[in-house]
Ligand binder design. Sequence first.
Ligand SMILES: [Cu+2]
Length: 135
Amino acid sequence: MKKTLLIIVLAGVIITLGACTKQDDTNTNTPVNTVANTQTNVNLPTSTVNETTARIVSMRDDYFSPQTTTVAAGTLVTWKNDGTHEHEIVSDTNIFGSDGDIQIGDTYSYTFLTPGTYPYHCENHDGMTGTVIVQ
Ligand SMILES: [Cu+2]
């Protein structure tokens, strides 16, 4: 009788241990990827012309990189918020703009069709300015 009870208790312990091990396995398999992609094209030259592909301008805290971007007419320019707080793109001459804050990691894009010089700034931060030169 005692031997049977001992076996039952041991079986219970083994099952319990097995259950715990299994639970640990599932717990280790729940990584949450919250790392934002901060690797962008920050090595863009500021004087390259004849480039009709998309161009990226990085928004940092609190400046644009590159500050001056020279592109060919028809180029899609995309600003990406690589900073740690919100930025807002506003054209100095009201030609383009994000029409609100760009959240961290988000982007705003505009296609420049007409040659000219397009100064812009961040509505949220004094001195955060940039220029797009379209050739
Ligand atoms: Cu800003």
